[in-house]
Write a protein that binds this ligand. Structure first.
Ligand code: S3P
Length: 261
């Protein structure tokens, strides 16, 4: 049996090595992201699953614990990468069904950014579904909640913010979103929108109006608000989620470069 002191000394040394290696790991992640950013390379290539890259991973008696640790390391690496990409939040705007929530989830998974959904904040605050808020208190009340939720985001960092489709109709919301984020408008044709929203009855504005004509008309009424608020516009029709997000990131990088000139 070894002396406890000796084992502890070895453990201390071990911790130092781990720390050193983790530092190196995160620096490499930062370097990879900067290289991709500078070189205009695809940002979101699917990461090879770590376990597959590390021989013997599965043979360890501590497999479960190692998986947990590596998951955390992977998340930290993604976060370091996303900090190299942007030092601002990304606010997603656009018509209902334009893909804001899906894009947000994808960016969260790929870049470990935090996800903020303004509708979800309202549902939580009010303890009521959006359609019930509309039915009980009316649209004006919902819009007031929406504006208040946006104000509360002022300390938000490293986040993708999904805004409800009507959020940018109020100018104060645009002003407050611009203070904390770059605004990305996602667009889709009325036909695509209908195909994405038709099965849901969660959007009170579309209930009873689930047709291309209504969507087209409302979209036309809102078009100027959307375009005026947007820093970047991304069309989503017939594109994969990866394509949409790569385009979005490229456009934001370009915007940053232009602003720095
Ligand atoms: C609305 C869009 C909805 C939600 C509410 C009102 C709108 O959000 O905020 O039903 O006026 O366009 P999504 O765009 O996420 O569906």
């Amino acid at each position: 049996m070894r002396e406890l002191n000796e084992i502890n000394r070895e453990l201390d040394l071990n911790n130092q090595k781990i720390l050193e290696l983790l530092n190196q790991h995160l620096s490499l992640k930062a370097e990879i992201m900067k290289t991709k950013k500078e070189g205009g390379l695809p940002i979101l290539e699917e990461l090879a699953v770590l376990e597959e890259r590390i021989p013997g991973f599965q043979d360890s008696p501590y497999e479960v614990e190692l998986r947990e640790i590596f998951h955390k390391i992977q998340q930290a690496g993604k976060r370091v990468g996303s900090k190299c990409l942007f030092d601002f939040n990304i606010a997603l705007i656009g018509f209902m069904g334009a893909g804001k929530s899906t894009v947000s989830r994808y960016l969260k998974n790929m870049l470990a950014m935090d996800e903020v959904d303004i509708d979800a904040m309202i549902v939580k605050d009010q303890n009521m579904a959006i359609k019930d808020i509309f039915a009980t208190h009316g649209e004006e009340y919902f819009r007031k909640c929406e504006s208040e939720a946006i104000i509360r985001l002022k300390d938000c960092r490293q986040s993708v913010i999904s805004c409800g489709g009507g959020a940018v109709i109020r100018e104060e919301n645009v002003t407050n979103l611009k203070k904390i984020s770059r605004i990305v408008l996602l667009t889709a044709t009325p036909e695509t929108i209908l195909s994405r929203v038709k099965e849901s009855d969660e959007r009170p504005i579309l209930n009873g109006n689930m047709n291309v004509e209504f969507i087209k008309e409302l979209m036309a009424k809102r078009a100027d608000y959307y375009r005026k608020a947007a820093d970047v516009i991304i069309e989503t029709d017939s594109k994969s989620m990866n394509q949409i997000c790569e385009e979005l990131i490229k456009a934001l990088i370009l915007l940053e470069k232009q602003e720095k000139k």
